[in-house]
Design a binder for this molecule. Structure first.
Ligand code: ADP
Ligand code: ASP
Ligand code: MG
Length: 407
């Protein structure tokens, strides 16, 4: 007998018919002799609706109250699923995050899970009850409701799987696995049978929203076998696990992209010690995270400095830079929020040269100008104009033989 944690995303619980289908799948897993813990998201579109509702009254809304609101979406689906299971003769109990003591820090809207008390869940499982837990939410030490950031139900599921020492954590969604790139953008994208934690971490952090990055971090840290599967289609999905010999030794495993960044440039920055610290210090003080950074070689005692931030922080960052420009003696501040970041990811890159040049040639052949470049051992990212997103990703997908037909 195994203990399985299953997570169903928004589309999978998007209507009463779909909730009924989820109930059937849960019951089928249980009838094979498994203990089942289910984590559900809010019905599709519901979290967006709640965000818009809040912002129509207060922008930004008070973080504590915003979380109280956002957490309601998942409370609807845990009860609906549990009722459906009970009505079909399957014992089930629903729990909010706080009821199963998903303790988090107090960082509202992006809280981190610190601890889970698994006693109540184990007691229910021992009675043969299916436990249905609300994703995306927890409670801080003061008893305030917190949420885990968009896509956070994935993290609830993996954290529960780790705490309960589950045999597998299954993430059911609207695609049948992790693909070489978002199959909605590149139709030739290919499903991967396996991908290692390290690559999945990069893919998630570089913009592939199929799994929340913290879910992958948790799975990797606690070695939770994680599988992404379709709620609508049978299949083995994609296993995310530690790197091993049986993994495909592809040069490039996937292409991620991120539409959520904006670029800021300071022209004519005095080329002297401490300048980067000064600029980024002001940005950090405003709690704005910086992603890519480029500083040009200095000429005539000045240099140019460019960095990217999340879209949501763009206006704020631009205002900060405009305010400090005079004090720092900067010639001009420029902003550009029409950019995308495209990244190639693959552990195979470690042992191969020439990937960057193939990437740059492919983009050049399509007439795509590269605005920024950043590399690490297992990824290369470029920033380009947003109008080139689809063209660039498709061209790279073909150039690195990732297309379905090429496999
Ligand atoms: P859920 O609501 O089930 O959590 P999400 O919308 O969060 O679903 O994640 C699934 C979506 O992730 C897919 O519909 C797909 O468009 C997108 N996606 C992005 N990159 C990838 C990828 N590499 N492989 C599969 N899906 C991807
Ligand atoms: N409902 C939340 C969201 O839409 C959490 C999740 O679905 O994972 O982001
Ligand atoms: Mg998701």
């Amino acid at each position: 007998m195994a203990l399985i944690v299953q997570k169903y995303g928004g589309t999978s619980v998007g209507s009463t018919e779909r909730i009924a289908t989820v109930a059937e799948k849960v019951m089928a897993t249980r009838s094979q002799g498994n203990d089942v813990v289910v984590v559900v998201s809010a019905m599709s579109g519901e979290t967006n609706r709640l965000v818009a509702l809040a912002k129509s009254l207060a922008d930004p809304p008070k973080a504590r109250e915003f979380d109280v609101l956002l957490a309601t979406g998942e409370q609807v689906t845990i009860s609906l699923l549990s009722m459906t299971l009970e009505a079909r003769g399957c014992p089930a109990r629903s729990y909010t995050g706080s009821q199963v003591h998903i303790l988090t820090d107090s960082a509202h809207t992006k809280a981190r899970i610190l601890e889970i008390d698994d006693k109540r869940i184990h007691d229910d499982l021992a009675q043969g009850t299916v436990v249905v837990v609300a994703g995306f939410q927890g409670t801080d030490a003061q008893g305030n409701i917190t949420t885990l950031g968009r896509g956070g139900s994935d993290t609830t599921a993996v954290a529960l799987a780790a705490a309960l020492k589950a045999d597998e954590c299954q993430i059911y969604t609207d695609v049948d696995g992790v693909y070489t790139t978002d199959p909605r953008v590149v139709h030739q994208a290919r499903r991967l049978d396996k991908i290692c934690f390290e690559e999945m971490l990069e893919m998630a952090s570089l913009g592939s929203k199929v799994l929340q990055i913290r879910a992958v971090e948790f799975a990797s840290k606690y070695n939770v076998p994680l599988r992404v599967l379709s709620s609508f289609k049978e299949g083995q999905g994609t296993l995310i696990a530690s790197e091993d010999e049986t993994m495909e030794k592809a040069l490039i495993s996937g292409i991620a992209f991120n539409r959520d960044e904006a670029k800021l440039t300071l022209l004519g920055v005095p080329d002297q010690p401490g300048i980067a610290y000064h600029i980024l210090g002001h940005i950090a003080d405003a709690n704005i995270e910086v992603d890519m950074i480029i500083q040009n070689i200095g000429a005539d005692g000045t240099t140019d400095f460019t960095f990217t931030v999340h879209h949501n922080d763009y206006k704020n960052a631009l205002t900060i830079l405009q305010n400090i420009a005079k004090e720092l003696g900067v010639r001009e501040v420029l902003g550009d929020d029409s950019i995308v970041k495209i990244s190639l990811v693959g552990v195979g890159m470690r042992s191969h040269a020439g990937i960057a040049s193939t990437m740059f040639k492919t983009l050049a052949d399509e007439g795509i100008n590269i605005q920024m470049i950043s590399t690490s051992e297992i990824k290369i990212s470029v920033v380009v104009h947003e109008k080139y997103l689809e063209l660039g990703v498709r061209a790279l997908h073909a150039a690195f033989n990732l297309d379905e037909a090429a496999s």
